[in-house]
Design a protein around this ligand. Structure first.
Ligand SMILES: [Zn+2]
Length: 439
């Protein structure tokens, strides 16, 4: 058993920067460790589990840095144009004309963004290449051919994608927990977005909630460039476990799905407002305020500053948009036959009028304090067949979320299984570590 623990330890504690292949392999080995009798050493006979399909930049031309050129760099400032950059380089209007003649509808050098870098590459005094550095991975390059004609080409460098895991337990706030686990804020926001249809991050996060995130880090020539996608996650909220696996279907649509291939995008958002805007006030609720409030005044209050965008919780039709007594400025959306959502105390309305169709996430108004409100907040009601309900408790009766079709499902499983195994290994490892410390 000790050997097994030791192996789990090495598997679950990869060096920072285990390669894509590494994760697939470790997931595979973990599966083997779990299935094989512990005396067996036969992981060499491991069944060939597929490697998860990880999104990669498609190379058009792999960059070949030519060290022969002398490179002059220009950074685009406000008000800069290509002609201004050319004159800064001491190049003539005629040269600019020759270079830009190579532009097409799809490829345009002259469409510059402030802060962008351009490289003027010279052979002696002669301009041979002009590169617009779009991202560390992508360049649009004007190249002079042997006849002196200019051609435009896109050059793409392939990122080295490394997979890492982070695991955290929430003590006081989601963001603090994320920061302790070494995750940047925008990845925590991404995590909140992934689970935004399942968990209300304002009211339902509990002390002791846990999450594990498997994510990409993108490197170029051994140098860390940026964080990539969350490719798998597990969130334990109030004792319930929610798995999310990133998957791009055969039609090219990317989404997050649970173990059985059911989309995490549900018919309704759990909190119908911009979580980013209230995240700064984010505090853990000590008890369950939703239930208390539901009894008290049949709705959920989200404190947020005036002007915070309020989203349509689900697809539907606006059936009311006017002042209504204590509700102040009120918007009501009808979803199907029996569900209605109400948004009160708005400071102003979105662009959707009575009778308009709205899609989930479209802005139907802005937080305010109109009507009977002591301060700016959104008062949100979820009404099923005329009675007020807590949206979470009626989740099962709501329209079903998208489930992957059976032909898609086999492909999904091939991607998901190693990732789920890897999440499980992370958790098992953490539990083992906990037992060791407790001893
Ligand atoms: Zn209220």
């Amino acid at each position: 058993m000790r050997a097994l623990l030791k192996r789990l330890d090495t598997l679950c504690h990869p060096f920072p920067g285990i390669h894509v292949l590494g994760v697939a392999t470790s997931a595979l080995l973990i599966t083997v460790v779990m299935l094989w009798p512990e005396t067996s050493e036969s992981e060499t006979n491991a069944p060939g589990l597929p490697i998860p399909a990880i999104a990669k930049t498609v190379a058009k031309t792999i960059l070949n840095d030519d060290p022969v050129f002398r490179v002059e760099t220009e950074t685009v400032q406000t008000g800069d144009s290509l002609s201004r950059l050319f004159s800064r380089q001491g190049l003539s209007a005629q040269q600019l004309l020759e270079v830009t003649r190579a532009e097409s509808k799809a490829l345009k050098l002259s469409r510059l963004n402030v802060g962008q870098t351009l490289e003027f590459r010279y052979d002696g005094e002669a301009l041979k290449e002009l590169a617009v550095i779009k991202t560390p991975f992508e360049q649009l390059v004007a190249v002079q051919d042997s006849e002196g004609q200019w051609q435009l080409e896109e050059r793409v460098k392939e990122a080295d994608i490394y997979i890492e895991h982070a695991r955290a337990r929430i003590d006081s706030s989601l963001f603090l927990a994320g920061a302790r686990a070494g995750l940047p804020d925008n990845m925590i926001m991404e995590l909140a977005n992934i689970y935004g249809h399942v968990i209300d991050f304002v009211y339902e996060i509990r002390q002791g909630d846990e999450f594990i995130v498997t994510y990409e880090k993108r490197y170029l020539d051994g140098e860390f460039i940026e964080y990539g996608n969350i490719i798998a996650a597990e969130f334990i909220n109030d004792g319930e476990r929610y798995v999310a696996i990133r998957y791009t279907d055969t039609a090219g649509d990317t989404g997050y799905y649970d173990e059985s291939g059911v989309s995490l995008r549900k018919a309704f958002l759990r909190a119908p407002l911009n979580f980013r805007r209230i995240s700064s006030n984010f505090k853990l609720a000590r008890k369950h305020p939703v239930l208390g409030l539901m009894r008290a005044h049949k709705g959920t209050d989200y404190a947020a500053s005036t002007g915070t965008p309020v989203y349509a919780a689900g697809d539907g039709k606006v059936t009311y948009r006017a002042r209504n007594g204590g509700y102040g400025k009120l918007v009501v959306i009808k979803h199907g036959n029996n569900i209605e959502t109400r948004y009160a105390h708005l400071s102003r309305y979105g662009k959707y009028r009575v009778g308009s169709k709205v899609k989930q996430g479209q802005v139907i108004g802005y937080v305010g304090a109109t009507g009977l409100a002591t301060g700016p907040h959104l008062h949100y009601e979820f009404v099923v067949n005329g009675s007020h309900r807590n949206p979470r408790t009626v989740l099962d009766q709501l329209p079903k979320a998208k489930t992957l079709a059976s032909d898609e499902l086999a492909r999904y499983r091939a991607v998901a299984e190693p990732l789920i195994a890897s999440l499980e290994a992370q958790r098992t490892h953490a539990e083992l570590a906990l037992q060791t410390t407790a001893r």
